[in-house]
Write a protein that binds this ligand. Structure first.
Ligand code: XLS
Ligand code: MG
Length: 342
């Protein structure tokens, strides 16, 4: 079985960062999708407002109409939608968090917007909702009661689960940024919370490499933990140079051996057998020129495939010999040579 890849339109951005404005022109949405298809991408990851821009200003009918137009573009290109994620971190009503805001009106807004994502997902013939809990946590520890916070998260999940019984949800855990302390920093936290919902089987996770590194954890082990529970609904492969801002670098660009082990654990466990995609969440560097802004994606796929070959070459007999002798130095140099030899 071969892996199928997905990316989001935000992965080809205009290069703005906290310290400077955009440096590249916007590429039209339909053109991005066409280019993704030509690069060998199979599925698209969507925020709700990637599908329906300015979603808050639109009626139910308008949302439906625009989502149907996007479905047509996807069909024409032979692409599918992997998930729809409500972009809950940009609206003025989610300044203090969305599902865990201290304001009841804001929490209601978050739930309604997530339900609209379910409607959009259905139009796109997609059954997966993504929740990156960007502002669910605190900037000031004392500003929220964490126990109520967890409770509000479960209430939000339950509302979505009961709105549509065919929908599954992934939680994308991240320890910090934009907030100081996240309520759900790791895969383990997300899986534990899933068990408190009305339908634990329908709540899984999306492991993003950079988020695990920011939590000081090993991404491959986080992936393995989710696989053990049959809860790895998606992955966001990328890379990260230690404890910096969330860099969304090309996969393998910083931590090649860790990248290898992520691919290896996915290969060993037949990830994708239930239709899951190898998702990338990488950003073009600010320094890239417009025509070269797809390289982070292209290079990530290239590295993934090269590492897949290496994973398939991995010598399990030799591994066993090393284990029997408890000679892990030998195993380690074997892996390094496997990676270095072309
Ligand atoms: C940010 C997240 C975001 C989600 C999609 O850190 O990675 O891009 O993946 O909502
Ligand atoms: Mg992500």
């Amino acid at each position: 079985m071969s892996f199928k890849f997905s990316v989001g339109p935000w992965n080809v951005s205009e290069g703005a960062d906290r310290f400077g404005p955009p440096v590249r022109k916007s590429i039209k949405f339909a053109e991005k999708l066409r280019n993704f298809k030509n690069m060998g991408i199979d599925a698209i990851q969507f925020h709700d407002d990637d599908v329906v821009p300015n979603i808050n200003e639109k009626s139910k009918k308008e949302i439906e109409k625009e989502a149907k137009e996007v479905k047509k573009i996807l069909d024409n290109l032979g692409l599918v939608a992997e998930f729809v994620a409500p972009r809950l971190w940009e609206d003025i009503r989610t300044v203090d968090g969305a599902f865990t805001s201290n304001s009841i009106e804001d929490r209601e807004y978050a739930i309604n917007r997530a339900k609209t994502s379910v409607d959009i997902a259905n139009i796109l013939n997609c059954k997966l909702i993504g929740l990156w809990y960007a502002r669910e946590g605190t900037y000031c520890y004392e500003s929220k009661n964490p126990i109520s916070g967890f409770d509000h998260l479960v209430i939000g999940l339950n509302e979505i689960l009961s709105y549509d019984e065919n929908i599954k949800i992934f939680i994308e855990a991240k320890p910090n940024e934009p907030i100081d302390r996240s309520f759900l920093p790791t895969i383990g936290h997300a899986l534990a919370l899933a068990n408190k919902t009305i339908s634990p089987n329908r709540v899984g996770v999306n492991l993003e490499t950079a988020h695990a590194i920011l939590a000081g954890l090993d991404p491959a082990t986080e992936i393995a933990f989710a696989l053990y529970f049959n809860k790895l609904f998606a992955v966001h492969l990328n890379d990260q140079n230690g404890l910096r801002y969330d860099q969304d670098k090309a996969f393998g660009a910083e931590n090649l051996r860790q990248a290898f082990n992520q691919v290896k654990v996915l290969v060993e466990n037949n990830y994708g057998k239930n239709g899951e995609f190898v998702g990338l969440d990488v950003q073009a560097m600010r320094t890239q020129k417009l025509d070269d802004s797809y390289k982070a994606i292209k290079n990530s796929i290239k590295v993934f495939k090269l590492l897949e070959e290496k994973a398939k070459k991995f010598d399990y007999n030799f591994q066993k010999e090393c284990i029997d002798k408890r000679d892990y130095e030998e195993l380690e140099i074997y892996v390094i040579e496997l990676l270095l030899n072309g």
